[in-house]
Design a protein around this ligand. Structure first.
Ligand code: F0G
Length: 351
């Protein structure tokens, strides 16, 4: 959107800042809300997709990071730290670069997608690959921030979630109402917590007449909220949501219960099917974790959990280019075609 000033300036009256703070922004937010005709046809509802991969670093994390980094800079601290499955670290690295701060990122060794690592490298973060999973990384980062002069910018930092509420506000502003259902992937559970708070803000202030039912989806191998207990060794192809012990556990359960919602699991196979469908039928390329919302939408609609005629928004959280390896999985080597129109036509089966 031309002139879009970033979420802090767009919602300046709703986001409190420290006195005299310099706003650290890459003009995040203002992302597209796209009518999804094919998904609408499949489900019998009006489905819209909130494309968070259109943020500056390619994920929704930028909404929280602009606020977290603005606070960190105003506090006079020189460094920030986070644990990440890849997107938080990419975002922290970029916003720290913009702010002139040092970012330290703790990531599970070998378990973050290629594009996300490239981002952290390019933005000059201090990258520590930890011999453990995301939950181990978060515990380490929290302990370090508690003992040393470095600010934790994971979503346990409450200002992150204030920034992430803006996605719900934008959806209502664009739709002119709140949706009936909101589907999103759930990992560390900050985002579902933030969306629910955002929708509640608008309803409380009379901007909207209702709030949506919140439908969160975890990967089946990493579904502690569905199982009701932490998962020691979470697994899923959707590495972004490979989280066994979500920090915002209570926030997610509150969102589910207060909204008469649902937190369910989708298999890796369902995730990959939705991932391919979204790219091939809607023109939207997301990373696998993002497709959990679409997989969940399709499964839930088929089960009668979303009445036909509903207005449904699905958040897709990160860009497909984050994880080119999964996109190209199983692709055979391709024979080059000679420089010859006949050969092109025959390769395209036109002739
Ligand atoms: N989708 C993507 C692409 C993510 O990167 C994440 C979280 C989620 C969904 C889940 O959101 O944690 O608020 O429930 N990624 C974190 C990270 C864990 O480190 O980048 P959540």
């Amino acid at each position: 959107r031309p002139g879009w000033p970033g979420i802090i300036n767009a919602y300046r009256d709703r986001i409190e800042l420290p006195d005299g703070a310099r706003v650290v922004t890459l003009h995040e937010g203002g992302t597209p809300l796209v009518e999804a005709e094919h998904l609408s046809e499949l489900t019998g509802s009006r489905v819209l997709v909130k494309v968070e991969g259109a943020n500056p670093t390619g994920s929704f994390k930028d909404r929280g990071m602009t606020v977290a980094m603005t606070y960190a800079l105003a506090s006079g601290i020189k460094a920030v730290i986070c644990a990440s499955t890849g997107n938080t670290s990419a975002s922290a690295a970029a916003y720290a670069a913009k702010a002139g701060l040092t970012a330290a990122v703790l990531v599970p060794s070998g378990k973050i997608a290629l594009g996300k690592m490239a981002q952290a490298v390019m933005h000059g973060a201090k990258i520590l690959q930890i011999d453990g999973n995301f939950d181990d990384c978060l515990e380490l980062a929290s302990k370090t921030a508690a003992e040393y002069p470095v600010t934790l910018v994971n979503s346990v930092n409450p200002v992150r979630l204030i920034g992430q509420k803006t996605a719900a506000w934008e959806i209502c502003d664009v739709l002119g109402r709140a949706p009936d259902f909101h589907c999103l992937p759930v990992g560390n559970a900050g985002n579902i917590t933030a969306y629910w708070r955002g929708y509640q803000d608008y309803a409380k202030d009379g901007v909207t007449a209702s709030t949506p039912r919140m439908y969160g989806f975890q990967a089946a191998g990493s579904a502690p909220l569905v199982l009701g207990e932490p998962v020691k060794n979470p697994e899923t192809i959707a590495t972004a949501i490979r989280v066994g012990s979500p920090a915002s556990w209570t926030g997610a359960i509150t969102a589910r219960d207060e909204s008469n919602g649902l937190i369910a699991a989708v298999t890796d196979e369902q995730i990959l099917d939705a991932y391919r469908l979204l790219a091939s039928r809607e023109g939207i390329f997301v990373e696998p974790a993002s497709a959990a919302s679409i997989a969940g939408l399709l499964a839930t609609a088929a089960d009668g959990g979303i009445p036909k005629g509903s207005v449904v928004v699905c958040t897709v959280t990160g860009h497909g280019l984050k994880d080119p390896d999964t996109a190209l999985l199983g692709m055979a080597a391709v024979e080059p075609v000679p420089v010859d129109p006949g050969a092109v036509a025959s390769a395209l089966e036109l002739a």
